[in-house]
Ligand binder design. Sequence first.
Ligand code: NAP
Length: 281
Amino acid sequence: MAAEIIDGKAIAQLVRSEVAAEVDEWLQDGNPRPGLATVLVGDDPASAVYVGGKQRASAEVGIAGFDHRLAADTPHDEVERLLRELNEDPAVSGILLQLPTPPQVDGPALTELIDPRKDVDGLTPISAGLLAKGRPGLRPCTPQGVMELLRRHDVELTGAEAIVVGRSDLVGKPLAALLLAANATVTTCHSRTRDLAEVCRRADVLVAAVGQPGLVKGDWVKEGAVVIDVGTNRTDAGLTGDVEFEAAAERARLITPVPGGVGPMTIAMLLRNTLQAARAA
Ligand code: NAP
C-alpha cells in the first residue's frame, strides 16, 4: 500500500480537545456556557445512538446539553412549538433536529424554522445561502470535517482539480462550495454523470459521498491523488465506504479509511459550530 492513511479519529480527538480548551477560555472570560439542544422524535435506535454520542461529546468539552426526546407519535405542531422555544432560549446556542423524523412530522420543514444563528447542522436555507455567497455562517458538519482533514494534512487546494461524487444538501453540495471557496476547480458528479470513471481520473482530490459500497474503483484514482471517502455503508462485511479501499490506496497519496476517516469528524465539527454559534450570539 502506497498511500498514507488519514487518521480521522486522531484528528477529531485533536479538534475536540481544542474546542474544550476554547470553551474553557470562553467561560473564564465570563461568558455564558454554550448549550446544544438536540431534538429526537421517536425511538429509531441508530438515531438514538447518534444523538447520545452528540450529547456525550458536548458534555466532554464543557457544552451544556439539552436532550429532548419525544415520543414517536408526537404531532408535528408540538415539535414545532419546542423548536420555537429553543430558538428563544438564551441558554441554547445550537439546535439540532435529528433526521429522519416519523411520517407525521415534516423534518425538513421544521429544520427551516431553526434560527440560522443556532443552525449548528448548517442545513437551513439561510446557512446554505450564506455558504453559496461565501459569507460567514454555520457550515454543515461533515463537509467541514472533510475540509479539516485536508487542512491538517496541508493538502494544496488552490488550483487543484477536486471531484465530488454526490450532490446531496447534506454532503456533496456544501462540500463542493467549500472546496470552491478554497480555490479548487470543482466538479460535482451524480447519478446522471456520463463516464464517471474518466471524470474521477482527473481528480487531485477525489471525494466520494454516495452511499454505494465500492462504487469508486481503484483504477479511477489518479496516481498521487488524495481520496476522501464519506460513504458509510453497513454491509455483511461490516462498515465500508464508497471507495475500493485497497486498490485505491495503491495509487493515492493520502486516503481516508472507513471507519475511522470522515465519520469521527462530524461530531467534532458540531462541537466547534456550537461554540461558534455561542460566540456570535
Ligand atoms: P444521498 O442524499 O443519498 O446522496 C447520494 C448522492 O449520490 C446523490 O447526489 C446521488 O445522485 C449520488 N449517486 C447515487 N448513485 C450514484 C452513482 N451510481 N454514481 C454517481 N453518483 C451517484 O446521500 P448523502 O446523505 O449525501 O450521504 C452519502 C454517503 O455519505 C452515505 O453513505 C452516508 O451514509 C454517508 N454520510 C456519512 C457521514 C459521516 O461520516 N459522518 C455523514 C453524512 C453522510 P442524484 O442526486 O443524481 O440522485
